[in-house]
Design a protein around this ligand. Structure first.
Ligand SMILES: NC(=O)C1=CN([C@@H]2O[C@H](COP(=O)(O)OP(=O)(O)OC[C@H]3O[C@@H](n4cnc5c(N)ncnc54)[C@H](O)[C@@H]3O)[C@@H](O)[C@H]2O)C=CC1
Ligand SMILES: O=C(O)CCC(=O)C(=O)O
Length: 444
């Protein structure tokens, strides 16, 4: 297998899908040597079967807005691979959603889920619907219409969606309600549900908490304490909020947050009280991060990203490709020594090259942000057993999973000079598990 040849072929077969090629290329480059040691993989044409999704469902979503206008959006579910468990992955509602983005996310999810130690395959879905400025009633009608297109291809043993950008507890609840009504069954067909109807404690917190646990494991390899370290966090949604919460609990100091309009820099640190304000602003009033700067009198940069501010650690938690080469160079020049990705693929390949060349502790999203889907997996277990674990029980399991992922990255990613290449480690560890399962199950 030669990565460049596989990518060229994907470009011919699936034109105009840059995010998808980007995600596939990163994985193939790091597994190429291991793959080529196994002629049986080539004989089974494992590469094409691994990079091309099992199934892609697409459907029109028709709904009525508050003014009575009939609106249409596109809905999708990319079921990438179910070799190790039912398809599993979030739903994204954002104007930018297209098949390239969902295919990259479903591909990444497959490797991430393999790392969690839990039996979950990979999928991702979503719509080009923008929740921005929509009323609660419009969100509900849209979610219900979306599930009308989706419900036949999901289920607790088939495919279990959850949240992602633009989809949180409110949207999951509306989708779950509609699914329940259509099927007449109360099953764990979604995760991220409310606690009252089968959700797991700590699922909302899990991605952000898990990322900080993973970061802490990386810091330990260099005997660095997290306490007192200044952190650049991007985004201000679910992942960013709970990343800040755990950073504060562990004595670190988050100093930035952002949204698609710009970023705030608070040199005094975003403390518990200010974080509570952000949570209310974003989760209840659905406001803009600019309002934080107005409330607390700090710097706001319209249209900017926080990567030029001085700090010790960066935790990108907004969206894909939000750190480019220039941003990465700024981060390194400012003395950042660790980057742990809460978002999926937030760094471009050129940015990753800068981090690795400079021997920065760099954790790709598929390892560092796996805490969210891990607790989703734990929610599936609790639903199947019809039990609920305490927050302490879930947190213990989450910590164990993040430590385990870190150990696997060290096992497969340590280079001759001792530098831990977490990209290589995560990709090889995930690849070995998925391919073993695919080989055992025959040609499908
Ligand atoms: N929610 C979860 O459990 C998990 C989420 N992720 C990833 O974390 C990232 C954030 O997701 P959530 O916090 O769940 O979503 P969210 O919808 O709660 O928050 C998204 C944040 O990103 C910002 N954002 C979105 N598009 C942007 C753009 N083009 N430029 C700048 N900012 C932008 C939004 O303003 C918002 O602050 C995404 O990459 C997602 O795929 C990864 C693992 C699990
Ligand atoms: O909890 C899940 O199933 C999905 C989480 C997710 O979308 C992700 O890990 O990117």
């Amino acid at each position: 297998m030669k990565t460049s040849a596989v990518i060229d072929q994907l470009k011919r077969r699936f034109p105009n899908e840059p995010e998808y090629y980007q995600a596939v290329q990163e994985v193939l480059e790091s597994i190429e040597d291991v793959y080529n040691e196994h002629p049986e993989f080539e004989k089974a044409n494992l590469i094409e079967r691994l990079v091309i999704p099992d199934k892609i469902h697409s459907f029109r979503v028709t709904w009525v807005d508050d003014k009575g206008n009939v609106q249409t959006n596109m809905g999708y579910r990319v079921q990438h691979n179910n070799a190790i468990g039912p398809y599993k992955g979030g739903i994204r509602f954002h104007a930018s959603v297209n098949l390239s983005i969902l295919k990259f996310l479903a591909f990444e999810q497959t490797f991430k889920n393999a790392l969690t130690t839990l039996p979950m395959g990979g999928a991702k879905g979503g719509s080009d619907f923008s929740p921005r400025g929509k009323s609660d009633a419009e969100i509900m009608r849209f979610c219900q219409a979306f599930v009308e297109g989706l419900w036949r291809v999901i289920g607790p043993n088939m495919d279990v969606p959850a949240g992602d950008i633009g989809v949180g507890g409110r949207e999951v609840a509306y989708m779950f309600g509609k699914y329940k009504k259509l099927t007449g069954e109360f099953t764990g067909a979604f995760t991220g549900k409310g606690i009252e109807f089968g959700g797991s404690l700590l699922r909302p917190e899990a991605t952000g908490y898990g990322n900080v646990y993973f970061l802490n494991e990386m810091l330990k390899t260099r005997n660095i304490a997290l306490k007192g370290k200044k952190c650049l966090v991007s985004g201000s949604g679910n992942v960013a909020q709970y990343t800040c919460e755990k950073l504060l609990q562990m004595g670190a100091i988050p100093v930035t947050l952002s949204d698609s309009d710009g970023y705030i820099y608070d040199p005094d640190g975003i403390d518990e009280e200010k974080l509570k304000y952000v949570m209310e602003l974003k989760n209840i009033y659905r406001g803009r991060i600019r309002e934080y700067a107005e409330e607390y009198g700090c710097k706001y940069v319209a249209g900017g990203r926080p990567w030029g501010e001085k700090a010790d650690i960066a935790l990108p938690s907004a969206t894909q490709n939000e750190i480019d080469k220039e941003d990465a160079e700024k981060l390194v020049a400012n003395g950042i020594f660790a980057v742990s990705e809460g978002a999926n693929m937030p760094s471009t390949p050129e940015a990753i090259e800068v981090f690795q060349k400079n021997k920065i502790l760099y954790a790709p999203g598929k390892a560092a942000n796996a805490g969210g889907v891990s607790v989703s997996g734990l929610e599936m277990t609790q639903n199947s057993e019809r039990i609920s674990w305490t927050a302490e029980q879930v947190d213990e399991k989450l910590k164990w999973i993040m430590r385990n992922i870190h150990e696997n990255c060290v096992k497969y990613g340590t280079e001759n000079d001792g530098y831990i290449n977490y990209v290589k480690g995560a990709n090889i560890a995930g690849f070995m598990k998925i391919t073993k399962a695919m080989m055992a199950q025959g040609i499908l």
